[in-house]
Structures are given as structure tokens and as C-alpha cells.
Design a protein around this ligand. Structure first.
Ligand code: SF4
Length: 478
């Protein structure tokens, strides 16, 4: 079991638990030497968040606790609170079983053990502060972290603040009323206490969060050794829990298991059938063809791929591989580095739609992402070529569901990078991927003279477009 300090529940635990409960256990009890270094993308996020935080606090008046150790900084924070400091940056809140370091503690009029005021927590975030900004939906992970600070404040000042705030990327304050998060916090806290005390470890489960997790090296070894069911495409943590409850733990258990006599949440007859096929395909390492793909085959074909940077809400690259060549080019990479540029590439994109409008053509893409990005650009900017754009959208064919309906692959998923080896595609960069593309883009944004970075960025996007062409051709010959 860990030391009392190691067992303390932190606000970070709530964030991590939201991504994966097993990560909380490993953070407290895993062997640190097994942790992978942060990816370039994670480092970029941390750097951006830190820069944003520094810029925000540079414009604020605040006091900071002195001292070095956590205990002494907590004492120094308490002294600042007792002295009535208006705002405290990086204050330390420490209790025997919990700790937290909110970005800011802000003084609010009211009653507390400290006098006619109390403190509320405010965290600085480089995102919008919402789960869904348009619908005004707040983020549960942020809400629980702030609630955790609220309880730590209550222990110090005797008053539980009714709300907290997120100071977002536009320096807007997003109100987090605590009554929304009370039930989720209490339920999660009970589980985190078990994990941080080592009374429960939970289990790894392959999910999208693993891609940005430092424990992936460790967990992948465990999952592969166990032939874990989450190594199958479309089997995530909740399905794993359901399968484990009836003794199905390994991919090997699935083909022969009789599911007819059990009722499992989220696993109906269709899922059972596709899980069995996927398990057989993985165990035999053989592809199975399910159906012949019905794809349009016009004389002109466009392979479309957008890249966007969610940290800046910017669509920075619209790539199209066009056959036969249009205006003397197969690859059209429309790139921008700011909002004005985004509007420009949107206009260029529409001009390309006009250029092919009179022809018989199809637009191939992979996943709904491209439709979502076109819709976002339509909302943001004027549509100058409505007819050509409407026609273009009507010609779009998403290859992702076509692949899923046509074949079962011995793969962990059906994303373009995952299926690339099966269709004979190899990317030039070993770390090619959407996250790495954002790293290259931001590098180029900072240093527009870096032609090598620009070339890498465009090559990656061009290869994504060409990969779709390979998928389309592969589907036709199945
Ligand atoms: S690698 Fe995946 S399963 Fe393992 S701790 Fe991280 S998120 Fe959880």
C-alpha cells in the first residue's frame, strides 16, 4: 500500500478517472519506469496551457504562497486566506486524505470562519470550458475537479462555496454551479478512494484515451498477454465489463461462447454476431469478406481530407487528391494559419467545387469528419457557391461504413491508419496521425520559414488522401 501522501485524492485523480479508472490506480501504484514519455502532442498541449495560464495571470493582481514543501505551501496559503488576500495563485489546499492546487482562489463577500468573506476556486483553461459550448453543457471532469477544491475550501474556511468558475481561452468566466456535480462527485470519490488506497485496481481496456496515456506500454503488454476482449474493434470498457460478468475474458472465449442464454447490457444479437466474426478474424489473422462494396465509379474522383486544430478551433488544411488532375494538379492542399486564412481556403474550396460541377464525379472521404467540417465552415462564413457546394455534398461517399460492411479485418479498429497496412498503404512519417499533424502545424505557425515542416504537413495530408484512394480500389477488388 502507498504512503498516506501517495494515497491522497487529488483533483487530477478526478480528471484521470473520467478518462480511465485504471489510470488512477497506476498513477498511484504503477512502476514509474514503465511510463512512456509524453508524446509531442501532449507536450504541445501542456506548453499551450501553461503559456495561456501565464498570460492570463500576468494581467491579474494576486498573491502566491511561499515555501517549498507542499505542507509549508498549504500553511502559507492559509495565512494568505486569513489575511484576506483578494486573489491567491497556486494556493495549496491540504487535508489528511485529499489535496488540491486550484489555479486561483478568489475572495467573495459572505460569511465564513475567516470573517465576512470566503474563497471560491477558479481554474484557467485554454479551451472553451464547455463540453458542448453551443448547448451550454459543462464538462463533468472540470466540474468534479472544482467540486473537489470546494470541499477542500470548506474544510479550511467552514463554508462550502456555491459555485466555481473556469476562466477560458477567451478569458471569459464560465460559471460552474456546484449543485450539478454533487452526485457525480460523491459516486466517483468512493471509487477513487478504493483505487488510491490500492483496495481496487480496475483493469486496462483499450480505448481512444490510451493513445494519449503514458501507461500504454504497460497496458498494451497486459492486454495482449491476456488476449483481452477490448483488442477487438468496437469492444470498449463497458462491453468488457458485461462480457467479464459471464466469464468471457479473452478473445479466445468468444467464438464458442453461447450468448443465447444470457442478457448483457449493450450486447444484442447483432453485436454478438459481429464480435464472433471479429474474434475469429483476429485469432486466425485472416480477413473475411462479408459483401461486395457498391461504390460509384464516375470518370472524376476526389479524395477529401480536412485537418483541424481543436485547440484553436481552426480548420487549417483542406486536402484533395483529384483524378484526373485539375488545373494541372492531382493534389490540392489548401492551407491557412489563421481565421482570415480559413475564410480564404473556404472560398478556394468552393471555387474547386465550381470547377468540377459540370462533370460526373464522386467525393470519397473516411468518417463523418469531413461533412462535419464543411458544415462548420458553412456556419462560420458566407456560402458564395451554393449550387456547386450542394452538388459536391450530394456526391460525398464515406468509405468508413463501406469498409465495415464489406469486410472483417484482424485489426484493433477501422480508422484509416489502422486499416492502412491491409490496403498496402505506408505513411512516410512513422508518427503520422491527426495529433502529430497539429504539432507540425503549430510548429509551422510559429516559424513560417520552416519549409521542411510545411512539406511534412502537406505530405501527411496528401498521403491520407491517397490512402483513401487505396481503400476505394481495395474495396472494388474484394
Ligand atoms: S493505457 Fe489505456 S487502459 Fe491503460 S491506464 Fe491508460 S487509458 Fe487506461
Amino acid at each position: 500500500m502507498g504512503s498516506p501522501a501517495q494515497n491522497r485524492v487529488t483533483a487530477q485523480d478526478f480528471y484521470d478517472h473520467d478518462k480511465c479508472p485504471h489510470r488512477v490506480f497506476l498513477n498511484h501504484f504503477g512502476d514509474p519506469s514503465e511510463k512512456l514519455p509524453h508524446s509531442d502532442f501532449l507536450n504541445l498541449l501542456f506548453e499551450n496551457a501553461l503559456t495561456h495560464e501565464r498570460e492570463v495571470v500576468a494581467d491579474l493582481a494576486y498573491e502566491m504562497p511561499r515555501e517549498v514543501t507542499l505542507e509549508d505551501r498549504a500553511l502559507s496559503t492559509l495565512q494568505l486566506m486569513r489575511a484576506g488576500a483578494e486573489r491567491i495563485y497556486q494556493g495549496v489546499l491540504l487535508q489528511p486524505n485529499e489535496s488540491g492546487i486550484p489555479d486561483l482562489l478568489e475572495k467573495v463577500p459572505g460569511n465564513s470562519r475567516l470573517g465576512d468573506y470566503f474563497y471560491k476556486p477558479v481554474d484557467i483553461k485554454s479551451g472553451s470550458g464547455y463540453k458542448d459550448e453551443a448547448k451550454g453543457i459543462l464538462r463533468t471532469d472540470y466540474g468534479m475537479q472544482l467540486y473537489h477544491y470546494g470541499l477542500l475550501l470548506q474544510a479550511v474556511q467552514g463554508t462550502f462555496p456555491p459555485e466555481a468558475e473556469i476562466l477560458n481561452r477567451d478569458r471569459k468566466r464560465i460559471l460552474y454551479p456546484f449543485d450539478q456535480f454533487s452526485a457525480a462527485y460523491q459516486e466517483t470519490l468512493a471509487e477513487i478512494r478504493l483505487l488510491t488506497a490500492g483496495a481496487k485496481s480496475d483493469e486496462p481496456a483499450l480505448a481512444s484515451e490510451c493513445g494519449a496515456c503514458q501507461w500504454w506500454g504497460h497496458c498494451e503488454r497486459v492486454l495482449v498477454a491476456a488476449e483481452d476482449v477490448t483488442l477487438l474493434s468496437d469492444v470498449g470498457r463497458s462491453k468488457k465489463v458485461a462480457l467479464n460478468s459471464v466469464g468471457v475474458r479473452s478473445i479466445r472465449d468468444i467464438p464458442s461462447f453461447d450468448f443465447s442464454g444470457v442478457k448483457l447490457k449493450g450486447i444484442g444479437p447483432k453485436t454478438v454476431a459481429s464480435m464472433k466474426l471479429a474474434a475469429i478474424s483476429v485469432l486466425s489473422n485472416k480477413l473475411q469478406v462479408l459483401a461486395k462494396a457498391a461504390l460509384p465509379d464516375p470518370p472524376r474522383k476526389v479524395y477529401l481530407d480536412f485537418e483541424d486544430d481543436p485547440t484553436q478551433e481552426l480548420i487549417y488544411l483542406c486536402g484533395m487528391w483529384i483524378e484526373p488532375a485539375l488545373h494541372g494538379l492531382n493534389y490540392h492542399g489548401l492551407l491557412c494559419t489563421d481565421e482570415a486564412g480559413e475564410e480564404r481556403i473556404w472560398a478556394e474550396f468552393q471555387r474547386l467545387c465550381v470547377a468540377i460541377a459540370a462533370e460526373d464525379y464522386a467525393v470519397f472521404h473516411y468518417s463523418p469528419y469531413e461533412r462535419v467540417k464543411i458544415a462548420a465552415l458553412e456556419r462560420r462564413y458566407a456560402v458564395s457557391e451554393r449550387d456547386a457546394l450542394t452538388l459536391f455534398k450530394s456526391r460525398m461517399v464515406d468509405l468508413y461504413p463501406v469498409v465495415k460492411h464489406s469486410a472483417v479485418l484482424p485489426a484493433r479498429g477501422y480508422g484509416l491508419k489502422r486499416i492502412a497496412p491491409f490496403v498496402g498503404v505506408k505513411y512516410s512519417a512513422a508518427d503520422a496521425g491527426g495529433a502529430q499533424s497539429i504539432v507540425w502545424f503549430q510548429e509551422y505557425q510559429r516559424n513560417p520559414g520552416r519549409q521542411d515542416v510545411l512539406e511534412t504537413l502537406l505530405t501527411y495530408n496528401r498521403e491520407d488522401c491517397v490512402a483513401m484512394k487505396s481503400v476505394e480500389e481495395w474495396l472494388r477488388q474484394l
